[in-house]
Design a protein around this ligand. Structure first.
Ligand code: XBP
Ligand code: MG
Length: 236
């Protein structure tokens, strides 16, 4: 089946953003006078709950904390994340920029299917590839577009609808088990690049697991053939 589109997850796949998210959560908790602090260990566990607002609600339930306004805290967190991203030296993960560039050269469609908010996607592109590159994506679907987040496949369904394509036409790029489940629920071939928080996830069912997307754009000894075989023959 000829490849027509690449669909990217954002957090953990395009860039290692979760530490910035964690910092932003902790900052708003402190500002609001809430005595929560999400360590890396706690946050790693909480990441199984997709969506920042849902994560706050889950932690409030788990700790039996009353009176938490999750929507307000999450809004403040998104504002803080925007500023923190602008001040950060965040970099895209290896191979991401080249893969996107090569896909554009070959005329493949590009999509984003993420659980995070549109504002956070914009912040990341402003800090890295620029909004001109984001404008070249044919579909950008985010938290605001769905009624249920990953591992539900709704966000991937919306991207495929936008692109006018079938699951067999695309490859999804994900870093987490939740993202893999979402893409695979529709039968989309999925390449996994495990991230700092998802290295221990269960990636059973993935079509390919790579240390980084650099292994895809710069094939080297050890690159899984299943993965290279998905790309157009003139890709490299
Ligand atoms: C990852 C997430 C997000 C981020 C925080 O989404 O689960 O919730 O951790 O972002 P993905 P928000 O990998 O699908 O991009 O606070 O905006 O939810
Ligand atoms: Mg992710």
């Amino acid at each position: 089946m000829p490849l027509k589109a690449l669909i990217f997850d954002v957090d953990g796949t395009l860039a290692e953003t979760e530490e910035l998210h964690r910092m932003a959560f902790n900052r708003v908790f402190a500002d609001a006078g809430i005595s929560w602090f999400w360590s890396r260990t706690v946050y790693g566990r909480l990441l199984k709950v997709t969506g920042g607002r849902e994560r706050i609600l889950a932690y409030a339930a788990e700790t039996g904390t009353p009176g938490i306004d999750a929507a307000a805290l999450h809004k403040a967190k998104t504002g803080y994340y925007r500023h923190a991203m602008a001040d950060s030296a965040i970099a895209l993960r290896d191979g991401v920029e080249r893969l996107i560039g090569r896909a554009l050269e070959l005329g493949l469609a590009l999509g984003i299917a993420t659980t995070t908010s549109r504002s956070n996607v914009d912040s990341l592109f402003q800090a890295t590839l620029g909004m001109d590159t984001l404008d070249r994506f044919h579909s950008v679907r985010t938290a605001e577009d769905v009624s249920i987040k990953k591992p539900d496949p709704e966000v991937y369904r919306l991207v495929l609808e936008d692109l006018g394509l079938n699951a067999a036409d695309a490859i999804a790029f994900e870093d987490s088990a939740n993202g893999l489940k979402a893409a695979k629920a529709l039968g989309i071939r999925t390449v996994i690049t495990p991230g700092i928080y998802t290295a221990e996830d269960d990636f059973a069912g993935a079509d390919c697991i790579l240390e980084s997307l650099d292994h895809l754009v710069t094939p080297q000894a050890g690159t899984a053939h299943c993965c290279l075989d998905m790309l157009p023959t003139d890709f490299h």
